[in-house]
Design a protein around this ligand. Structure first.
Ligand code: SF4
Length: 252
């Protein structure tokens, strides 16, 4: 990327380019878009802070796929950029019917730059196949694009800082269904502190978005607790019934 384009993305994301301003890590994150009632996010994606001057940056909400990928690759909006090997942008069809949102990259994802690899990724693939979908037919992203150290839970400030990227991905994909995988993703996107056991098994709506949202267990959890696969299968059947897909698979 040439220097002027890099500077454009960094400016669009509120990253400092002048010595006299504090470093990004010292600045507060973008405000969360979870509504005060705890039920949902604002329908409007969070915009990057504009930089004064005639050459105003493009806000995140106006980014195309290339802009967004470049912005994530250069991002320093939270401290997680310091420990990452690679950002994990997401993968799959840009016009997918199903969009899958997981938690955050683990060690292998950090190495490969792709979400849901390793054993949990294989199980996610099997879950999708069970409802007649291949990985390359959906779009998969995480709430965070960089790995938290030691695979700890994402912090609220990190989720808030990274949220505009996920919101823009959702807006670009415009899926027919959002499938939230695991507690962290479900709580973050739905703006809830309910346990995943209560968030799964029903249909959620996000104000301003026309598609249904379903939460289910994370495949890493299912690997540890295979007795819960039956419930995950029920969630997938629920999701499939909402999109009208026949699917050609079977139970996990
Ligand atoms: S986790 Fe998100 S906000 Fe934080 S540095 Fe990575 S891309 Fe930027």
């Amino acid at each position: 990327m040439d220097e002027s384009r890099r500077r454009h993305y960094l400016q669009a994301l509120g990253v400092d380019l002048w010595q006299t301003r504090p470093p990004v890590s010292a600045r507060p994150p973008e405000p969360a878009t979870v509504a005060a009632d705890g039920g949902a996010r604002s329908p409007e994606p969070v915009a990057a802070s504009p930089v004064a001057g005639a050459d105003a940056p493009t806000p995140v909400e106006d980014f195309d796929w290339d802009d967004l990928a470049a912005a994530v690759a250069a991002c320093q909006r939270c401290g997680l950029h310091q420990g990452r090997q690679r950002t994990v942008f997401g993968c799959g069809r840009h016009d997918a019917d199903w969009m899958i949102v997981g938690e955050a990259p683990g060690a292998e994802e950090d190495r490969q730059g792709e979400p849901f690899v390793g054993a949990a990724g294989k199980l996610l693939d099997a879950m999708l196949r069970a409802v007649g979908l291949a990985r390359d037919q959906v779009f998969i992203a995480n709430t965070l694009k960089c790995r938290p150290p030691g695979n700890r839970d994402p912090r609220a400030d990190e989720l808030a800082a990274c949220r505009p990227y996920l919101e823009r991905q959702i807006a670009l994909v415009r899926p027919r269904l959002l499938l939230l995988v695991g507690r962290v993703a479900a709580q973050a996107v739905l703006g809830s502190d309910e346990p995943i056991g209560r968030l799964r098994g029903r249909v959620h709506q996000l104000p301003g978005y026309g598609f249904p949202v379903v939460a289910t267990y994370h495949p890493a959890y299912l690997l540890r607790s295979p007795e819960q696969k039956r419930r995950a299968w029920q969630d997938l059947l629920l999701a499939r019934s909402l999109t009208g897909d026949d699917g050609h698979g079977g139970p996990l």
